[in-house]
Design a protein around this ligand. Structure first.
Ligand SMILES: [Fe+2]
Ligand SMILES: [Fe+2]
Length: 139
């Protein structure tokens, strides 16, 4: 398994944890398909579909957090949003060229190394702070 449960910190808001769990599930599934493709299996159709699913899910994840922050008037919103925007652009570019040999190597590294590390760090910092403020606003 690429990302074990517990690698991504738990935050103070369950709706955010549920979205993070779903993203972990998608990344773990992607890791399996990447392994099959490396072993010579033709999984391109499944992989293409799963990459689209990941991109849609990440967009839902980020825009939902941004909406909650705007609605609550959280001051760190611009910093959190700009970090989401940076990763949106980065992810789009690594996911655009996975069918070529070079592109697939870069894509695999991104999914298996870069993204899990970023995800853990981001949830442990910006999402943790955001969830804490949101949960205090709600109570
Ligand atoms: Fe998040
Ligand atoms: Fe976030």
């Amino acid at each position: 398994m690429l990302i074990a449960k517990g690698f991504i910190p738990t935050v103070a808001l369950d709706v955010m944890n549920a979205v993070h769990d779903e993203e972990i599930r998608l990344l773990n599934e992607l890791d399996v398909l990447i392994g099959k493709r490396e072993a010579g299996e033709d999984v391109d159709a499944e992989l293409g579909a799963l990459i689209s699913e990941l991109l849609n899910h990440v967009e839902y994840h980020f825009s939902n957090e941004e909406r909650m922050m705007r609605e609550a008037g959280i001051p760190v919103y611009p910093i959190h949003k700009s970090e989401h925007d940076r990763v949106r652009a980065e992810m789009q570019s690594f996911c655009a060229d996975w069918r070529s040999e070079e592109g697939f190597a870069a894509f695999s590294y991104y999914i298996r190394q870069t993204l899990p590390e970023w995800f853990s760090g981001h949830v442990g910092t910006m999402d943790t702070v955001t969830a804490l403020i949101l949960s205090q606003n709600m109570s």
